[in-house]
Design a protein around this ligand. Structure first.
Ligand SMILES: [Zn+2]
Length: 117
């Protein structure tokens, strides 16, 4: 991976991070109010959510933030884009879809098959 490509992934990770932090902030704001539902805006449009779903979303976004931090850490250590299982390169196409990916497509498949069987 070139330095330019790495920089691009860093930018998209930082953007994702801002997105998630915004959502969490919004959710916390709504949860502290008395309203029973709220709408959350994101790149795909706005979502109308009740409290239970808000909590689930906050949980999900919280995990996302953790994954993004881990990906940024790997970038600092120079191991970003390298599969943690087989130490092979994760394809750029996969990283573009999942910038926080830790496994290459093949290992991910093996893991998923393992957990469902
Ligand atoms: Zn792998």
């Amino acid at each position: 991976m070139t330095q330019n490509q790495l920089q691009e992934f860093r930018w998209s990770l930082e953007e994702l991070l801002r997105d998630s932090m915004n959502k969490i902030e919004n959710i916390c704001g709504f949860l502290s109010q008395k309203s029973q539902s709220c709408s959350i805006e994101d790149s795909k449009g706005s979502l109308e959510l009740d409290k239970k779903r808000l909590l689930a979303l906050a949980d999900l976004e919280g995990r996302m933030v953790g994954e993004i931090h881990q990906a940024l850490n790997r970038m600092d250590r120079g191991s970003y884009g390298i599969c943690v299982a087989c130490k092979g390169q994760i394809s750029l196409r996969r990283l573009k879809t999942y910038p926080t990916a830790r496994f290459c497509t093949q290992c991910k498949k093996l893991i998923e098959n393992g957990s469902t069987n």
